[in-house]
Design a protein around this ligand. Sequence first.
Ligand SMILES: [Fe+2]
Ligand SMILES: [Fe+2]
Length: 388
Amino acid sequence: MGASATLHSPAADGMEDLILRMSMARGLDEIMAVVRQSARSLIGADGVTFVLRDNDKCHYADEDAISPLWKGQRFPMETCISGWAMKHARAAVIEDIYQDDRIPHAAYRPTFVKSLVMVPVREEDPVGAIGAYWARAGRPSEETIRLVQRIAHSAAVAMTNVALINSLAAAREEAARARDAMILAMASLAETRDTETGNHIRRTQHYVRALAEALKDYEPYSGLLDDDVIDLLYKSAPLHDIGKVGIPDSILLKPGRLEPEEYEVMKTHAELGRAAIATAERYMGSTTPFLSLAKEIAHTHHEKWNGTGYPQGLKGEDIPIGGRIMAIADVYDALVSERIYKPAMPHDEAVGLILREAGRHFDPGLIEVFARIAPKFKEIHCQFADAA
Ligand SMILES: [Fe+2]
Ligand SMILES: [Fe+2]
């Protein structure tokens, strides 16, 4: 037989297909499924098992055979042939199992098996084994043994890939946790310099989520807000005043009303916040949906629907939805909270004032929904009340 005939034989095509499917497996279950579905016909065996090492046990995790073998069972390493193959890191080829004392004959008697090949998965430090079984005694050909070895080898490569993918996913989760911690650290840094309390941050975060969730069912907002966006809004809202870290203490901590020129300085916190988050994006070399949303909110939460807000004087729907929602949350909380220079306004009065600002300060469509869920805002304010 010429080389080209070997390359294009059905067995070679089947092997290629198995290796390809194995390389795309995203988990151990998928790897075992590939073996279960293809290995037996490829090898020409009467049964195939996939054994996993489970500490000092051999776990017969999966099988495909003419009649049941040991699927789901665990045997001690020293009493089963897969244990032997793993321990010695080499294949066991047995032409007559009843002539070989490595085999626990009692466990085989109820089965069809007379001969077998058992190959460790990952020869350096085996993590499992693949067994091929026949209902007749006789020595399997060298080619058959090589086929089982190639299948075990591609299973080993696939299992290593899956482990790598899992560790990448773990690293991504770790990065997400670090990001959340950074947000809290940045937000609390902003808080420590501000006369507003930490609870303001937490309350506005909850108002934002409550309003966004209610908006999800209304046009034209439903297209702008899905669960992922709402979660991002909730997480990025605490950074809305991050720019205040750049405002001098003499202005930021001043009790009482600001002079007009002081107010102008105070207003720069929106642009400072945008710039700070843009710097974070530059360091990262790219943006994330989280950072771009946080930047947008920091930049636009003082814009007004009629275009009289700051810093850009944006108008109507040119103001991003995050900024429009944050504006309502921020103003409501400022009104109903006590400050050194002002008493707290009662909830109903604050709601009335906000409703009157529909179409002036606030998006009238948002205000309609706000009016419906205002009691929820009151609840949140009580839940995270400032200490007396
Ligand atoms: Fe602000
Ligand atoms: Fe605020």
